[in-house]
Ligand binder design. Structure first.
Ligand SMILES: Nc1ncnc2c1ncn2[C@@H]1O[C@H](COP(=O)(O)OP(=O)(O)OP(=O)(O)O)[C@@H](O)[C@H]1O
Ligand SMILES: [Mg+2]
Length: 252
């Protein structure tokens, strides 16, 4: 594995960094074009560090659409999502639009800029929800984080913006060092679909057969699963604040 490194974008012509810029295969012309594209959004340095690996280089995240690394403009440190050549996505403009809609209701990392191949946003320095739940054991912290996640999902529901991948919550929930949760990756978000943010997240946090409900109940005390399913059903039928608060009470 390559050691962590911080370099000016001009050095992205060198391997193995060029491969990350044009993952999974370097194309010299594409590398050159992408470096120019980075300049148009003010990025001058990038940093390869993090808990994921791409081409044997440490990065912040690696998905099927993008590789996420740290980037710097003159003013700030940001997260840079690099479009994979094999992503099957034409550009980041839809994701940028959805993220900005989420930002309008204080959800998601703050949008900074988007081009065909790059999405720049606030860098969330933190852990995935599962890891956070495993390492934080106070009842108060658990309650606050879970409550905050549910309120963000409620805001998304009310705004008519469906995230679309909250059933894969472990990959899409980051908790920063101050304990603030962030929903990431608005790539499959939509304002056309029927919203299911609260129901998907509750399914995942409280009902599903995975590690998360187990971790939550261990600290917050076990709740009645049938009650949760019933209150979820009511909320699904009528998405109003009263039904949402009943749901909060049942789950927390
Ligand atoms: N703003 C951010 N700050 C910090 N880390 C981030 C940020 N955005 C994304 N990440 C990290 O990078 C990973 C991949 O990002 P993202 O989910 O947007 O990529 P993707 O290619 O769409 O992934 P997938 O194929 O799972 O849909 C995330 O799981 C997360 O760990
Ligand atoms: Mg995605």
């Amino acid at each position: 594995m390559k050691p962590p490194a911080k370099l000016p974008i001009e050095n992205l012509t060198e391997e193995p960094y060029a491969t990350i810029l044009c993952y999974p295969h370097t194309k010299p012309l594409e590398v050159k074009n992408r470096i120019s594209e980075l300049k148009t959004i003010g990025v001058n340095m990038v940093e390869f560090t993090g808990n994921s690996l791409a081409a044997n280089v440490p990065v912040i995240g690696k998905g099927y659409v993008g590789i996420v690394i740290i980037a710097y403009t003159n003013r700030e440190q940001l997260a840079l999502k690099i479009r994979r050549l094999d992503s099957g996505r034409e550009n980041f403009f839809h994701e940028a639009e959805m993220l900005q809609k989420a930002n309008n209701i204080n959800v998601g990392p703050k949008f900074a800029a988007a081009t065909k191949n790059f999405l720049l946003s606030q860098f969330i320095n933190g852990d995935f929800l599962t890891k956070w739940l495993e390492t934080n054991k106070t009842k108060k912290a658990f309650h606050s984080v879970i409550h905050n996640i549910l309120e963000q999902c409620w805001s998304l529901d009310m705004a008519g913006l469906d995230h679309g991948e909250l059933s894969k919550a472990p990959k899409h929930l980051l908790i920063d060092k101050s304990g603030k949760p962030f929903i990431v990756d608005f790539e499959t978000a939509s304002i056309q679909r029927r919203v299911a943010n609260v129901t998907s997240i509750c399914q995942h946090l409280f009902v599903g057969n995975n590690i998360i409900p187990k971790l939550i109940w261990e600290t917050l005390g076990e709740k009645n699963r049938d009650n949760i399913i019933n209150t979820l059903r009511n909320y699904k039928k009528e998405k109003n604040r009263k039904n949402f608060e009943t749901l909060l009470q049942t789950c927390l």
